[in-house]
Design a binder for this molecule. Structure first.
Ligand SMILES: [Zn+2]
Length: 163
């Protein structure tokens, strides 16, 4: 399997809101200075010991767990999934990362290396017809074939751009 780019991981850690993830998991967070605190879901938490920092987008359990991390660690722990699975889940929250890695522009031209990609479609078609027409004119076998089919008139071939 392809390696997940470091850039993708870094963007997820910064851009996916940890506060939103924690709250959507059903944990009420209260403001506590610059941080937010709530009940830790990973141990029997009587006093709120889960600290979420919106500034650094990191969480930490000050109670029994003594653990913490990024949004990715949060998903791994709450959904019991692998690191890769957590990254694939979270990248869907970032539109730029959720999109296909292939830029959409590359799919508009059938063969961008041979033909200019910015041509209007009818020009492109003409170019393709010309290409096959020139190929035909350069091929004695093809001309012989046409002659055998009764289409031997060169003028006719060129007028209708047979290919
Ligand atoms: Zn805990």
């Amino acid at each position: 399997m392809a390696r997940i780019a470091d850039e993708v991981i870094e963007r997820i850690k910064i851009e996916v809101s940890l506060q939103r993830l924690v709250e959507s998991y059903g944990i009420a967070l209260k403001k506590h200075g610059a941080d937010l605190i709530g009940h830790c879901p990973f141990h029997d938490d009587k006093t709120p010991s889960l600290v979420v920092s919106p500034k650094s987008n990191l969480w930490h359990c000050l109670g029994a767990c003594q653990t913490g991390g990024s949004v990715i660690d949060w998903v791994i722990k709450t959904q019991k999934v692998s690191f890769r699975h957590a990254v694939e889940t979270l990248r869907k929250d970032i539109p730029a990362l959720a999109a296909s890695p292939t830029p959409p522009a590359a799919t508009t031209a059938p063969n961008p290396s041979a033909l200019s990609a910015d041509l209007e479609s009818h020009q492109l078609l003409d170019q393709v017809i010309d290409y096959y027409h020139q190929t035909l004119l350069a091929s004695p076998e093809a001309l012989d074939y046409l002659q055998s089919r009764g289409i031997g008139n060169r003028e006719l071939i060129e007028r209708f751009k047979l290919g």
